[in-house]
Design a protein around this ligand. Sequence first.
Ligand code: C2E
Ligand code: MG
Ligand code: MG
Ligand code: MG
Length: 285
Amino acid sequence: RSKASAHNGYLVYQESMSEGFSAYLTLGGGLRKAIEEGQFELYYQPKVRSMDEATVGAEALIRWHHPEKGMIPPDQFIPIAEESGLILPLGEWVIRRACEQLKLWQDQGLPPINLSVNLSGRQFLQPNLVEVVKQILADTGIDPQYLELELTESMLMSDAHGTIQKLHDFREMGVTLSIDDFGTGYSSLAYLKKFPIQALKIDRSFIKDLGIDGDDDAIVKATIAMAQSLNLKVIAEGVESRNQMNLLTDYECQEVQGYLFAKPMCSDDFERYLGAFGKAEVVNA
Ligand code: C2E
Ligand code: MG
Ligand code: MG
Ligand code: MG
C-alpha cells in the first residue's frame, strides 16, 4: 500500500510536471497557429478624466479566442509569447491593429482619444522597435500624439543606457510614454526624472484599499503630489467604487481607469461608449 502510494505520489508528481510543460507546449504551439489564423482581438478600456468624467483615452488589451479553451487572458499567454519570441510578431500586430482601429474612429468623427498599447520587455529590447512603430504610424495615418506606449519600471531599469536613447527617439517622434503598474517595481520617482516619460499609471494594488488602508492613501497622495511636481500626468488603475473615485478626485489624480466606468470592451461596444461619453474638444488629454 505504502509502496503503491509512493508510486502514485511519484506518478502524480511526474504528471503535474509534464502537465505544466505540456500546457506550455500546447499554448506555445497554439500561439504560432493563432497568429497565423487571427485568433486575437483587441479590447478597449476607457481612460476617464476625473474633472468631468469624459472619456479621453483608451487602453488596448489583447484577448485570445482559443478554438477549444475559449477566451484566454493575456497574463496566461504573454509570458509564453515572450519566452518563445512570438511576442515580436504578436506585439507588432497589437500596435498595428490599435492604430488601424483608432484611424477608423477618427475618420468617423468620434471624439478624439489617445490610445495606449502595452509593450512587453522583450518587445522593448527589439533593436528596430522605433522604426517598426514609425512605419505603423505612417501606414495607418495616425498622428503620433495619439499613440501612447505603456512601459514598466523593470523595462526602464534593465539597461539604462540603450533605453534612454529609445525613449528619446519615441519622444522626438511625438509618441507619449507612460509607466504602467507604477509602484510595483523598484524605481523611484527621483530616478524616473531621468527618463522622458509623460505619465504614471498607479498600480491597482494601491487603489484597491483606498479609504480603508491609510498607508495606501498616503502612498497614492504622495505619488500624485510628486508626479505633479515633475510634470507627469497620473492615471489610477483599477478604480471600482465611487468612494475610490471621490478620493482620487480629492487627491487631484487627473485620470482613472476601472470597472466603475467600464470593463475592457470589444471595438463595437467601445465605439458606442465613446460616442456617448467622449468630448469633442478633448485633444490628447
Ligand atoms: P495592465 O496593462 O496593467 O492592464 C490593466 C489590467 O487590469 C487589464 O487586465 C484590465 O482588464 C484590468 N482592469 C482594469 N480595470 C480594472 C478594475 O477596476 N478591476 C480589476 N480587477 N481589474 C481591472 P487584462 O486585460 O487581463 O490584462 C492583464 C495584463 O496583460 C495587462 O495589465 C498587461 O500587462 C498585459 N497585456 C494586455 N494586453 C497586452 C498586449 O497587447 N501586449 C502586452 N505586452 N501585454 C498586454
Ligand atoms: Mg497597461
Ligand atoms: Mg502592464
Ligand atoms: Mg497596469
